[in-house]
Design a protein around this ligand. Structure first.
Ligand code: SAM
Ligand code: 2KA
Ligand code: SF4
Ligand code: MG
Length: 214
């Protein structure tokens, strides 16, 4: 259907990740993902959902009376119509961020959107899907993110950051896989290496645990 998207959930919460952490934000979670990261906390968005018209989505978002919007999934760029939805939302004056896996091109994303580009690590099991050209499209309002399973992932990400000077492209985030890599270990490694990154932990899981809709 035209002017419609498959949606798993739309809810309002505190942004739990990125430099926007803590800001009241409406989350639009699109259904479907071509990747299968071993740690994925959103597997319930792989299938199901409901086809909703742009108007229904816009009305639902407006009902929360909140300025910040985070478009996520699933892999939001897997549905082509998401570009038009993001344009409409930017035109309406909202401030948008997009969470994306790095596997699909971000070239056509509206430049007003802050793109959070996840670089999948060896531990995710999905490194081979990375679309490396995405790094060429980044600007300072975007962010690069590594979600790390273990020390091996950390060293791989650290070496990539140093080789390609990723911090000169956009702010770089490092996040531990929830309940897998102890956050204090990651903190110690970042400090020891003086890495130019921002370490983060998922605020919403500290507040409310791991469940949909928060
Ligand atoms: C659920 S994904 C949806 C957007 C997109 N598919 C992606 O991977 O970026 C949103 C973010 O949550 C992260 N994430 C998923 N499961 C996680 C976990 N168990 N611990 C920490 N971060 C996780 C992903 O790496 C990604 O940065
Ligand atoms: N509170 C909250 N913040 C988030 N930031 C990114 C999320 C996501 O699943 O992409 C997310 C989420 O699911 N909840
Ligand atoms: S790309 Fe994102 S939604 Fe898809 S499996 Fe990986 S973490 Fe989950
Ligand atoms: Mg999440």
């Amino acid at each position: 259907m035209k002017d419609a998207l498959r949606i798993t959930e739309i809810f309002c919460s505190l942004q739990g990740e990125t430099t926007r952490m803590g800001l009241p934000t409406v989350f639009v979670r699109l259904t479907g993902c071509p990747l299968r990261c071993g740690y994925c906390d959103s597997t319930y968005a792989f299938t199901g959902g409901e086809t909703q018209s742009f108007q229904t989505i816009l009305d639902k978002i407006a009902s929360f009376n909140t300025h910040h919007i985070c478009v996520t999934g699933g892999e939001p760029l897997a549905q082509k119509g998401v570009h038009e939805l993001m344009r409409l939302l930017c035109d309406a004056g909202y401030s948008l961020s997009l969470e994306t896996s790095g596997a699909l091109s971000i070239a056509d994303v509206d430049p007003r959107v802050s793109r959070i580009l996840d670089i999948k690590t060896p531990g995710s099991g999905e490194l081979s899907k990375m679309h490396w050209k995405n790094l060429d499209y980044l600007s300072k309002q975007d962010e690069i993110k590594f979600v790390l399973c273990d020390r091996n992932d950390y060293e791989w990400a650290r070496d990539l950051i140093r080789e390609r000077r990723l911090e000169t492209l956009a702010p770089v985030l490092m996040s531990p896989v929830w309940e897998t890599l102890p956050p204090a270990n990651l903190a110690a490694w970042v400090l020891e290496d003086h890495l130019p990154v921002r370490m983060q932990v998922q605020l919403h899981k500290i507040l409310w645990g791991e469940r949909p809709g928060v």
